[in-house]
Design a protein around this ligand. Structure first.
Ligand code: SF4
Length: 108
């Protein structure tokens, strides 16, 4: 019987290892560069009261806002570096780390 030149188990191990290692090799910010900046006019952003600059949030219009809250300390901000990063609530978009929206939740 013909014996394969490679072991299927070894091939599968290699594929799994490659899948685990490749994301770690991506340059920092590569994902953020592919994202479109969320604007305050974006319908979803507007619905959630997104502000590019948290300091400009009108506390009367958004009573849950506290001056210490920014995207940077929100649990929904995705890992990365730079001033614009992904947010779990806005797929395909990036938010300003100094921004804010009304579903802000403290990062643990
Ligand atoms: Fe910023 Fe958090 Fe709102 Fe995303 S969910 S826009 S990180 S405050």
């Amino acid at each position: 019987m013909h014996k394969p030149k490679f072991d299927r188990r070894q091939l599968l191990k290699g594929a799994l290892l490659g899948a685990a290692v490749l994301p770690a090799l991506r340059p920092e910010g590569a994902d953020a560069a592919a994202l479109v900046k969320l604007t305050e006019d974006d319908p979803t952003g507007k619905a959630l009261g997104y502000h590019i600059d948290a300091k400009k949030v009108d506390a009367k219009a958004f009573p849950t806002y506290k001056p210490t809250q920014t995207c940077l300390n929100c649990v929904q901000l995705q890992a990365g570096t730079g001033n614009d990063r992904g947010c779990n609530l806005f797929p395909g978009k990036s938010v300003a780390v100094g921004g804010w929206c009304k579903v802000w939740v403290q990062k643990p």
